[in-house]
Design a protein around this ligand. Structure first.
Ligand code: SIN
Length: 195
């Protein structure tokens, strides 16, 4: 598969004609929106776990020394918590460019868990999520926690140090009251800066 997924994503017509689309973020899209949105709500999706298995050649690393960023891996029965944004269709253009290093848009059901109307009813909506699957050219896959933490500690790209991505994500998940053992273990193993 090509390294740049922009054109594939822009060929997707699923939400054509809709005034607004829900986008589910689970990585940098949780803590660094950087795009306009109409509404933002904590949400979760079923059947996926967050993993630092995607290589980053363009944001948190380089083609020669890729960083590691989050993608989602299918796991039956799992729940992945994140942040949902209601955006207008024009916002997808720049997002496709931001996520071009292997991420493809996928249609998914989003569940909202903040009980704003006080009824306790769960709300649900169809939305989009960007996922880097294992057939993309930048995919790195599993490795030991030690190896992944070391790679993150040393990688640096145009968007800044890879460690900031991990640390900001860990902070954002705590703020959401989300327990993510994969992310928190990597945070724990991250060597201090300069080592
Ligand atoms: C996401 O945050 O939803 C996608 C992965 C990323 O941009 O970090």
């Amino acid at each position: 598969m090509t390294l740049d997924t922009t054109a594939i994503n822009q060929g997707m017509t699923h939400f054509d004609g809709q005034e607004a689309i829900w986008l589910f973020g689970y990585g940098s899209l949780i803590w660094k929106a950087g795009f306009p949105y109409l509404e933002r709500r904590p949400a979760y999706i079923h059947g996926w776990v967050r993993r630092f298995w995607q290589g980053s050649h363009d944001h948190r690393g380089t083609p020669e020394a890729p960083g590691r960023v989050a993608t989602l891996i299918r796991q039956a029965g799992a729940i992945c918590h994140g942040m949902a944004y209601r955006i207008t269709p024009e916002t997808l253009g720049p997002l496709d460019v931001r996520e071009k290093n292997g991420y493809l848009r996928l249609v998914t059901d989003l569940h909202f868990y903040d009980d704003r109307d006080g009824t306790g009813d769960e709300e649900q909506a169809e939305g989009l999520v960007y996922i880097a699957t294992e057939d993309n050219a930048a995919f790195l896959g599993d490795a030991s926690y030690h190896h992944i933490a070391q790679q993150i500690a040393h990688a640096h790209g145009p968007s800044g140090p890879n460690r900031d991505y991990l640390l900001n994500l860990a902070i954002a998940l705590r703020e959401l009251d989300v327990e993510d053992p994969h992310v928190f273990e990597l945070e724990r193993l991250l060597p201090p800066q300069g080592r």
